[in-house]
Write a protein that binds this ligand. Structure first.
Ligand code: GUN
Ligand code: FE
Length: 436
């Protein structure tokens, strides 16, 4: 890691968001400098702006790295991903509940073996970084050690990560089952040891309402009140059969969302993946409680779940940000995820502007996770987790890019055609990450 004395400068095109550009691409919401510069000192952003204003602040013996016409931007933030499902990616032909039984639960059972968990955690973090994802909110398995090894691996790399062990005490295979008491013991220990250590945060993670008993959900709610700065992370209203099942399991709740709300699991720092089958009352309640939705278009399409409604979420003032949801999701790449989000909007007669897609993959996630003062944006004092995208990474990208004029056009070409091949470099706290 960098010492506080170390300073370096990076030149290139720079894209940075300060707020949500919304449907109208509000010009005050973002900065774009065709020729920009970033000064990094001690792992933090010292200054950012047009190169001719920033470079004079560089001193003579400072390393200046010129990225040419490449695009420098904050690292991607993936708000919902399952690291134990790295080996489940591209297991298809089924919808959610069958897919869980057939592929996912068996893969997660293997995490009883700590060596397996450690090997997958290292591969997973390599894959995030090669895709330009510098922070993620991650589900482990029911095994406490699945989260311990992930935190250890993330800490060794200096990464800002959120993770939690899944709580599951019913409706799952016996080897993946904990109990309300065991789950709570595991969570307390993980929170005490890891939450707030280095750049790590804990998330209370009931897998979804179908796999936790009332006693377990009550316990999760109690812990969430006891630790208000700990995250809450789960799934909500992803698939029609799932929603019908929840209605059977919790007949007294007005909706699936209401189940979580009744147990005190709807608050600031709570993220619910999918949020497809919500009504206007649910969306208003999400907004009022400050909870956020992880919009995972590749997973929603791959598992045939449905379409996330951006316009309705905006109308309700609900927070949302992008997520890959690997292994239901079919790519680690937030660029691929933006491309699919754009198509999900199209299928509903809505528009997702390229600028907003880039916002949803960066600052929107940081804001939803309460981390916008630290990551997701270039501002003096923020942590220097950033990436460099090559607009000419493939022959087709280069060809199509050469015919694009405006920033909006260029970003649309990038998100439609690019993937990890376009991620030329990933920096964590100002330090270049070697590619695996
Ligand atoms: N709902 C409950 N568990 C899961 C999971 O592992 N993946 C997805 N996509 N949805 C879920
Ligand atoms: Fe998921």
């Amino acid at each position: 890691m960098m010492t506080p004395q170390q300073r370096s400068a990076h030149c290139g095109s720079i894209l940075n968001f300060n707020a949500d550009p919304g449907q109208q691409d509000d010009p005050r919401a973002y900065d774009f400098w065709e020729r920009g510069a970033l000064i990094v000192a001690g792992g933090r952003i010292e200054s950012v702006g047009p190169a001719d204003a920033v470079l004079p602040l560089a001193d003579g013996n400072m390393a200046v790295i010129d990225h040419g016409t490449r695009l420098i931007m904050p690292g991607f933030i993936d708000t919902h991903i399952h690291y134990p499902q790295t080996d489940v990616i591209a297991s298809g032909g089924h919808n959610l509940l069958e897919w869980l039984e057939r592929y996912t639960f068996p893969a997660e059972e293997r995490f009883a073996d700590a060596d397996h968990a450690r090997a997958v955690a290292e591969f997973f973090l390599d894959e995030l970084l090669r895709n330009g994802t510098t922070t993620a909110q991650v589900l482990g398995t029911v095994h406490r050690q699945s989260v311990e090894v992930l935190f250890q691996a993330a800490a060794a790399r200096g990464l800002r990560m959120i993770a939690g062990k899944t709580l599951m005490d019913r409706n799952c295979p016996e080897p993946l089952r904990d109990s309300p008491e065991q789950g709570e013991r595991d969570m307390r220990e993980l929170i005490e040891v890891w939450h707030g250590r280095d750049r790590l945060h804990y998330a209370i993670t009931p897998r979804f309402a179908a796999t936790s008993s009332v006693a377990q959900l009550q316990g999760a709610g109690r812990l969430a009140r006891e630790y208000p700065d700990v995250y809450i992370h789960s799934h909500l209203a992803e698939n029609r059969d799932e929603v019908a099942w929840i209605r059977q399991l919790f007949p007294d709740s007005r909706s699936y969302l209401d189940v979580y709300d009744r147990f005190g699991l709807l608050r600031d720092r709570a993220t619910y993946a999918h949020c497809i089958y919500l009504d206007a009352v649910d969306r208003a309640r999400m907004a009022a409680r400050g909870a956020g939705a992880a919009f995972a278009p590749t997973a929603n399409l791959y598992l045939g779940s449905g379409l996330f409604d951006i316009a309705a979420s905006d109308a309700a003032g609900m927070r949302f940000a992008l997520a890959t949801d690997v292994g239901g999701g079919s790519s680690f790449s937030m660029l691929r995820t933006m491309a699919e989000a754009y198509k999900v909007a199209q299928l509903q007669g809505q528009q997702l502007s390229p600028l907003r897609a880039f916002y949803l993959a960066t600052l929107a996630g940081a804001r939803m996770l309460g981390l916008a003062e630290r990551i997701g944006r270039f501002a003096p004092g923020s942590e220097a987790d950033f990436i460099v995208l090559d607009p000419e990474a493939t022959p087709l990208l280069a060809r199509r890019m050469a015919q694009s004029r405006t920033l909006t056009e260029r970003l649309l070409v990038m998100m439609t055609l690019a993937d990890d091949r376009a991620v030329a470099a990933t920096y964590i706290l100002g330090t270049l990450q070697e590619r695996s």
